[in-house]
Design a protein around this ligand. Structure first.
Ligand code: NAD
Length: 244
């Protein structure tokens, strides 16, 4: 029997990048997987797609309820939807701060709030949040994004403490620079995208970017009964970037 046979999972931001790789990996390992995304058009069978905006509580509640009804329950929530932001504290106005915190932090809270009553009924309940090395690395030009991911790290630890006695584990992954459409968009905005990519790769201790599949593997581990005694941890998936 595979690690995910019979498990029912919901992945936010699952139409692209890390979320998509995670949804596909869980499904390939035997889980039934629902994807919640702003744009679920490209989500293909066996994945189930649901349109929702994690900044809109009502749309999250509706999509989670529909997914749980179609899946017949919920064991695993992957809180992954997120957006980036560049610059120092002076480069982003209040509106930008509220927007990024709303998607990256409160978005996870809304999805968890909708999912927890269902997760309580599972005997293998797990939440995995997609955090970032930005939470602890002190990266330049990432003040807003780093603050949002710092909040995700703290949220993960607090939720792990709140729900451990209910049998719900809560962990996060801290990816480094991952080769996803998001990073592709950042590179495309540079004057010379190919040269920018080469420079970015050269800054990685491994000489390459992390793949979305490698982050999916770490998320899958934390979501599976294989990590049944692990809660309140952050697993780095950063090709050795952290602390260097
Ligand atoms: P991506 O842009 O490829 O995918 C993000 C997905 O989230 C998209 O499908 C998008 O439609 C969805 N989304 C965005 N806002 C949403 C909203 N309001 N409601 C519902 N869905 C929404 O990005 P990615 O690189 O795969 O990033 C996924 C997660 O990984 C994010 O939380 C990001 O912070 C984190 N992360 C990424 C990297 C990286 O280098 N790519 C590194 C560390 C952490």
């Amino acid at each position: 029997m595979s690690d995910f046979e019979g498990l029912k999972a919901l992945v936010t931001g699952g139409a692209s990048g890390i979320g998509r790789a995670t949804a596909e990996l869980l499904a390939a390992r035997g889980a039934q997987v629902a994807v919640l995304d702003l744009d679920p058009e490209g989500v293909e069978k066996p994945l189930l797609g649901y349109r929702a905006d994690v900044t809109d509580d009502e749309s999250v509640r509706r999509a989670v309820a529909a997914a749980v009804a179609d899946l017949g329950g919920l064991d695993v929530l992957i809180n992954n939807a997120g957006i980036g932001a560049q610059g120092t504290v002076e480069d982003n106005d209040d509106e930008a701060w509220h927007r990024v915190m709303d998607v990256n932090v409160v978005g996870m809270v809304r999805t968890a709030r909708a999912a927890l009553p269902h997760l309580r009924k599972s005997s293998h309940a797990a939440i995995v949040n997609t955090c970032s090395i930005a939470a602890t690395a002190g990266l330049p030009q990432r003040a807003l994004y780093s603050a949002s991911k710092g909040a995700v790290l703290s949220l993960t630890l607090a939720m792990a403490a709140d729900h451990v006695r209910e049998g719900i584990r809560v962990n996060c992954v801290n990816p480094g620079t991952v080769d996803t459409p998001w990073v592709g968009r950042l590179l495309d905005a540079a004057p010379d995208p190919a040269a920018e990519r080469t420079a970015l790769e050269a800054r990685q201790p491994t000489g390459r970017l992390v793949s979305a599949g490698e982050v999916a593997g770490a998320i899958a581990y934390l979501a599976s009964p294989l990590s049944g005694a692990t809660t309140g941890t952050a697993l780095a998936v950063d090709g050795g970037m952290q602390g260097l």
